[in-house]
Structures are given as structure tokens and as C-alpha cells.
Ligand binder design. Structure first.
Ligand code: DX5
Ligand code: ZN
Length: 232
């Protein structure tokens, strides 16, 4: 089966020591680094842009997964690509010309993803799937770390996984973001997620211990089987 990857969200890290945090994530066995870019317009919070992505880049070999919670993301795709982003995802509500924006990400040689908020119709993913390397399903409302997982999203993950398997897109990752921790990661994986984003769930307490426990919970969920697990 497809490997389930863990992506620590640096939003919950100490921004005064980002290089150190990145090294810790790599040493703890993270698979990619999730970088939350917020513009204070699309979401009610502000974080950082390509400058910080570029500052992190020399400190790690891990893929940088840039989650753009910004209006007009098409205007800054090249800047994020040059800064060293490997995965770039955009919210469907932020894109007037979604198809063009996804094409632009791929033309830059990056993995392209669309992001669906908790109530955004899954049909967007069905329509866009051939232009996507991954679909990011939000399991909280975007903008802040440390929120509660919205349980109704589990059924959305299952429905999207069913669609991907049925339509021949099993290689497309389902990334799930928000409120995931050691206690609920198993059900998220059983529903069909292949990339797990976790901020407060990993950075609250001891990162390497949390990551190891999360990895164990994922392994147990995969070993336990389930209809919705992605097929090889
Ligand atoms: C929320 C961000 C998430 C956030 C997740 O808008 O997209 O990536 O950092 O944080 P937790 O895991 O604490 O919900
Ligand atoms: Zn995110």
C-alpha cells in the first residue's frame, strides 16, 4: 500500500528557532514539512511568505509542502517555487482560474494540490483530479493551529478515497490537515488519508516521542486493515 507520510506543521513551532525545529523534524523522521502561508485576507491570520520558505530550504532535504491560504495565489507561485517549495496547494475559493493555476504549478515542476475547506463540495476534487498530485482536505477551518478535528470530515475522506480508487487515481494523495493527533490519527488513515498534517499534535510536548507514537498508531491502523486503505 501507499506509504502514509507525516508532515509536521511548523505553524505550531517556535518561529524564533526555525532552523533548529527543521533539523529536529528531520531527525525525528518526518516525511515532509508543512508550511502554512496566510495573508490576513483569505484567512484571518498572517504568517510568512517565500522569504521564510527560502530561509528554511538550505536546512533540510525534506520536501517543503506550501499550503497557500492566500488570495490570488497565482501571483506568487513562481516566488514559492524559486524559494524551494516542492508541493504547492491552493484553496479552490481563492482561484478564479483554478485549472490554469494548477497547470502553472506543474509547469514550475512542483506537485500541485487543491485544498477543500470542511464544507467545500468534494466535486471540486472530482473535476480537478487529473490536474492534481494531491488533494488537501481541511479538517478544521483554516487560519489557526490547535483547533478540534471536525468529525464529519472522516466521511469525506472515505468518499474521496472511493472515488480515487474507482476512477484510476489511486496515486493521488489525500492530505488531511487540522486537529490530528496520536489519539485520532488511526481513523484518519483508515478513512483513506495518505499524508497527515499535524501541528499542535506533534509540537505540544516532545516532538520526537509524539512523532514516533503517531507513526506507531498509523502502522497499527494499516496492519488492522480496512476497506478504505489506499490500494498499492
Ligand atoms: C490551519 C493550518 C494547519 C495547522 C494545523 O489553517 O492549515 O496546517 O497548522 O494545526 P493543528 O494540527 O494544530 O490543527
Ligand atoms: Zn495547513
Amino acid at each position: 500500500m501507499q506509504k502514509v507520510r507525516i508532515a509536521p506543521s511548523l505553524l505550531s513551532a517556535d518561529f524564533a528557532h526555525l532552523a533548529q525545529v527543521v533539523h529536529q523534524c528531520e531527525a525525528a523522521g518526518a516525511d515532509l514539512l508543512h508550511l502554512d502561508v496566510m495573508d490576513g485576507h483569505f484567512v484571518p491570520n498572517l504568517t510568512f511568505g517565500p522569504l521564510v520558505v527560502g530561509a528554511i530550504r538550505p536546512h533540510t532535504q525534506l520536501p517543503l509542502d506550501c499550503h497557500l491560504m492566500v488570495e490570488h495565489p497565482e501571483r506568487s507561485l513562481a516566488a514559492f517555487a524559486e524559494a524551494g517549495a516542492d508541493w504547492i496547494s491552493v484553496h479552490v475559493e481563492a482561484c478564479v482560474h483554478l485549472h490554469r493555476t494548477l497547470q502553472a504549478i506543474r509547469t514550475l515542476g512542483k506537485r500541485a494540490g487543491i485544498v477543500l475547506n470542511p464544507l467545500t463540495p468534494l466535486e471540486y476534487a472530482y473535476e480537478a483530479v487529473s490536474q492534481c498530485d494531491f488533494v488537501l482536505l481541511m479538517s478544521v477551518n483554516p487560519g489557526f493551529g490547535g483547533q478540534e478535528f471536525i468529525p464529519e470530515v472522516l466521511r469525506r475522506i472515505e468518499r474521496l478515497r472511493e472515488f480515487l480508487e474507482r476512477e484510476g487515481y489511486s496515486h493521488v494523495d489525500i492530505e488531511v490537515d487540522g486537529g490530528i493527533h496520536v489519539g485520532n490519527v488511526a481513523e484518519v488513515v483508515r478513512a483513506g488519508a495518505t499524508v497527515i498534517v499535524s501541528g499542535s499534535g506533534l509540537f505540544r510536548g516532545e516532538l520526537s516521542a509524539n512523532l514516533r507514537r503517531m507513526r506507531e498508531a498509523i502502522a497499527a491502523a494499516v496492519a488492522g486493515g480496512g476497506d478504505m486503505l489506499p490500494q498499492p
